[in-house]
Design a protein around this ligand. Structure first.
Ligand code: FAD
Ligand code: NAD
Length: 466
């Protein structure tokens, strides 16, 4: 029987990063993955393929709607070849997952393909291609998550689908009905809207992306409405039925009326749930909480002391970079170091266009905590760089402590915000004040100048360009 210092179950961004860090720290490391490709949800059916389709559909939209503004004329029709677009997406995925194979080899990590389950706290059975039993002093559970569903919906994965199927459709839907105005619904909704589908978003709450700052929800809702998406807020879905090639969705509005929607595809994107099926956690004494997550303490240690858990399978934001930080954290903890994660500083990004990004506290959270704060906001339309490229929608909003001026939250919507948010994370990591940011030189002309201007506005309302 092969014996390891650490065995990791699941090869998503949590698992594979944990494996690399364990190997870097001198541990003999194994990783077990039930699928034939490494990288988990993120690389195979999540972050990477969705961003590939967002990029392709963005190019199409630019070519059909905006090239002309720039004086670029394309003779004849511009057409979408969906098969090719999906093929390119798959090539990007294959290249990226292949990169993880390389990293495992480079770091001398043993990869086992098969379903991992606990025999006891230090022994794992692998069923599948590399079937065998292995022994490990420490185990890291990194089994991720799966799409959630509503109890009354039967997902046929053809017309009533999850994100996994939405990433490989064979045709552009005529009318895509999306249940859930969260990250997945909006990112994939925008992809298919750009490609020509009619899109209806049905959201239970009174705003889309409801966990983000309300200002961002409002601005992004405007963008979707401008693109002629139907945004049905405060609608509670009651039933979803397939009738041949048609899908009929019924939802109750605030007035208690039942509204019917007819489309040819329905994407169910109402969140994801932790995945622990087949792990046989009981055999290792690992406890779960009432939300179906593996229960962990502040060291990300489970109820069995040599077993840790990270990523989507435990509490917290279901984000790839959160899983990665936890992978590093556990590897270093096992090595006897004292790592730290500041969960308040894990940024959240929605990769629509304009992009939406945030870190720290929202206005709603600061109000609930009775924190006195001030707001500095700056619109992209006042930036030279934004006008030069034609990306004038959105703003940067900085929330700072009213007394100390410390930055407490940064919320932005606009071009390249997914990258701009890094400046906010760095600033908050070093506990910068709004004035600190406002006194740093930002290259001109850049989108980043909106961050400086918002900081100036927060300092004492002295933005320069509005
Ligand atoms: P996962 O990536 O889910 O990996 C878990 C792995 O464990 C899987 O490969 C699974 O097969 C394997 N596994 C499970 N059980 C076993 C077992 N018993 N034996 C062996 N192997 C097992 N996050 C972002 O930060 N940015 C984004 O842009 C983004 N976009 C997304 C888009 C979509 C459409 C989706 C669905 C998700 C997106 N996410 C994004 C979320 C992100 O994918 C997850 O937060 C991230 O993948 C979680 O990583 P993880 O390592 O915890 O688990
Ligand atoms: P989500 O939690 O972002 O959004 C789900 C939405 O569905 C919410 O707005 C919720 O109010 C709504 N909803 C729930 N029940 C409903 C009902 N019965 N009727 C109508 N609406 C309902 O979940 P998601 O979009 O499915 O994404 C799952 C996870 O994947 C998220 O946690 C997210 O962090 C992650 N993800 C991240 C990214 C990114 O970082 N860019 C992209 C995609 C997915």
């Amino acid at each position: 029987m092969k014996s390891y210092d650490v065995a990791i179950i699941g090869s998503g961004p949590g698992g594979y990063v944990a494996a690399i860090r364990c190997a870097q720290l001198g541990m003999k490391t194994a990783i077990i993955e039930k699928y034939s490709t490494l990288g988990g949800t993120c690389l195979n059916v999540g972050c990477i393929p969705s961003k590939a389709l967002l990029s392709s559909s963005h190019h199409y939209e630019e070519a059909t709607k905006h090239f002309e503004d720039h004086g670029i004329e394309i003779p004849g029709d511009i057409k979408v070849n969906l098969e090719k677009m999906i093929g390119r997406k798959q090539a990007v995925v294959d290249q990226t997952t292949g990169g993880i194979d390389f990293l495992m080899k480079k770091n001398n990590i043993d990869v086992f393909e098969g379903l991992g389950s606990f025999i006891d706290a230090t022994h794992i059975k692998i069923e599948g291609k590399d079937a065998q039993e292995i022994e490990a002093k420490k185990v890291i559970i990194a089994t991720g998550s799966k799409p959630s569903n509503l109890p009354f919906i039967s997902l046929d994965k053809e017309r009533i689908i999850t994100s996994t199927e939405a990433l490989k459709l064979k045709e552009v839907p005529k009318h895509l009905i999306i249940i859930g105005g969260g990250v997945i619904g909006l990112e994939l909704g925008q992809v298919y809207r750009r490609l020509g589908a009619e899109v209806t978003v049905i959201e239970y709450m009174d705003r889309i992306i409801p966990t983000m700052d309300a200002g961002l929800s409002k601005e992004l809702n405007k963008v979707f409405k401008k693109a002629k998406c139907k945004m049905m807020l405060s609608h509670k879905v009651q039933s979803v039925e397939r009738k041949g090639d048609e899908v009929v969705v019924k939802a109750e509005n605030k007035k208690g009326e039942v509204v019917e929607f007819k489309g040819d595809y329905c994407l169910v994107s109402v969140g994801r749930k932790p995945y622990t099926e087949g792990l046989n956690l009981e055999a290792a004494g690992v406890k779960m909480n009432d939300r179906g997550q593996v229960e962990v303490n502040e060291h990300l240690q489970t109820s069995t002391s040599n077993i840790y858990a990270i990523g989507d399978v435990i509490k917290g934001a279901m984000l790839a970079h959160k899983a990665e930080e936890e992978g590093t954290f556990v590897a270093e903890t096992i090595a006897g170091q004292k790592p730290h994660i500041d969960y308040n500083l894990i940024p959240g990004v929605v990769y629509t266009w304009p992009e939406v990004a945030a870190v720290g506290k929202t206005e709603e959270e600061l109000k609930a905590d009775n924190v006195a704060y001030k707001v500095g906001q700056f619109p992209f339309r006042a930036l030279g760089r934004a006008r030069a490229s034609g990306d004038i929608e959105g703003f940067v909003k900085i929330l700072a402590d009213k007394t100390t001026d410390e930055v407490l939250g940064v919320h932005m919507i606009g071009a390249r915000c997914a990258d701009l948010i890094a400046e906010a994370v760095v600033s908050m990591e070093y506990r910068a004040s709004a004035e600190d940011i406002s006194r740093m030189s930002h290259a001109h002309p850049t989108f980043a100048e909106a961050v400086k201007e918002a900081a100036l506005a927060a300092t004492d309302n002295r933005a320069l360009h509005v």
